[in-house]
Design a protein around this ligand. Structure first.
Ligand SMILES: *Cc1c(COP(=O)(O)O)cnc(C)c1O
Length: 391
């Protein structure tokens, strides 16, 4: 039996646009097409009003003020703006040290690697076998010349949730003026506690991971107690307080705002619902297959994410055999390369465990029917792959 529509278990790669989000966007393509910077006329002012409403909606999801939201093309750009922007702003007393950790997304690690080549000093902290940063190790990595810390709220591959509040307070206790950047792309809309008030200075978000459109994201930049200085990467018309020039993507921004409003309304219920489905999937797999292992902690984890290693079955074969189920092997962003996932490697897993690991990331459209179907398919596939290996 195969299905017309595949079952989608890849919500950490991207989510479908919510129909209410799409509906909110449509007028801004056709009738309300004004440029939000052209406030000299009515259409421009209407676009500007829609953008400021969205600014309020996005800010509200993370406990920020609307004036602290800078629109970007997504989380990759937000991470680049945060990291390169802080270091380019010029550090008092020549502070040139950055602290990050090994399981960050490439959109954090690669900009930091570039800065390393340009002469900045970098510490990449290791993680334990659950993917967590050790607080004591973090504390001793900080130096008087540490300008920036960049640690994600939750990991895209394993769902591991860091103790962000603990890390922020440890950082500020050692170096009070340090800038704390957090890539909260996976956590926003999944965990109700995501909030900049824990002391975060810069936070990256993207619309397409929370049922908004692709190509629209934001960087939160703290404006008070104290305000954070960053320098722009893109210069031009001086949009977004000079931090990100270019005509605003009004339909995308409106959709992002609506997506954040909806996420705020359903995050508590959805966390419960989706974690029950995720746990049901794990229970079905682990009760009927031996030689399977959970990658990541059982507790401090995103409610929708399940990363599993299957002894004696490669991720590639499992994906090929289950072509009516969408899940991923490691991170979709690096799937073009045949490198094992840097996240699973950093957690201390062997290459072969990495290559036999699958990530299931559930979401709003999934039901118990999907879970039961997928579990049955996978169990059959894994058993037959294992029996092939034995002959
Ligand atoms: C998806 C993702 C990104 C990249 O976001 P884009 O909007 O696609 O550029 C960055 N960080 C994390 C943790 C992600 O999951």
């Amino acid at each position: 039996m195969t299905r017309d529509r595949p079952i989608y278990f890849d919500h950490n790669a991207t989510t479908p646009c919510d129909p209410h989000v799409l509906e909110s966007m449509l007028p801004f393509f056709t009738e309300q097409y004004g440029n939000a910077a052209s406030v000299g006329h009515r259409l421009g002012r209407e676009a500007e009003k829609a953008v400021s409403d969205a600014r309020r909606q996005v800010a509200a999801l993370i406990g920020a003020s609307p004036g602290e939201i800078i629109w970007t093309s997504g989380a990759t750009e937000a991470n680049n703006l945060a990291i390169k922007g802080v270091m380019a702003a010029g550090q008092p007393k020549g502070r040139k040290h950055i602290v990050t950790q090994a399981t960050e997304h490439k959109a954090v690690l690669d900009p930091i690697q570039r800065l390393a080549r340009e002469g900045f000093s970098i510490t990449v902290l290791p993680v334990d076998h659950h993917g967590k940063v050790n607080l004591e190790q973090f504390r001793i990595s900080l130096r008087q010349d540490t300008a920036l810390v960049s640690i994600m709220w939750a990991n895209n591959e394993t769902g591991t949730v860091q103790d962000i509040a603990g890390l922020v307070s440890a950082a500020k206790a050692v170096v009070p003026s340090v800038v704390f950047h957090c890539d909260a792309t996976q956590a926003a809309g999944k965990l109700p506690e995501v909030d900049v008030s824990v002391g975060i200075d810069l936070m990256s978000l993207t619309a397409h991971k929370l049922y908004g459109p692709k190509g629209c994201g934001a960087l939160y930049v703290r404006r008070t107690r104290p305000s954070v200085s960053i320098r722009s990467l893109i210069d031009g018309g001086g949009h977004e307080k000079g931090l990100r020039s270019g005509t605003l993507n009004v339909p995308g921004i409106v959709g992002f705002g609506k997506a954040c409003e909806l996420a705020g309304q359903c995050v508590v219920n959805e966390r419960e619902r989706v974690s029950r489905l995720r746990d049901r999937l794990w229970l079905l797999l682990s009760s009927q297959l031996d030689g399977i292992h959970l990658n990541g902690p059982s507790d401090a984890r995103l409610p929708n994410t399940l990363s599993v290693a299957f002894d004696g079955a490669s991720a590639e074969s499992m994906m090929m055999a289950c072509d009516d189920i969408c899940f991923s092997a490691g991170s979709a962003c690096t799937i073009a390369s045949i490198e094992p996932s840097h996240v699973l490697r950093a957690m201390g897993f062997s290459e072969s465990r990495c290559f036999s690991s699958l990530r299931f990331s559930l979401g709003r459209s999934n039901s118990a029917v999907h879970v039961d179907y997928a579990a049955e398919r996978l169990i059959t596939v894994v058993r037959s792959l294992r029996s092939l290996r034995e002959v």
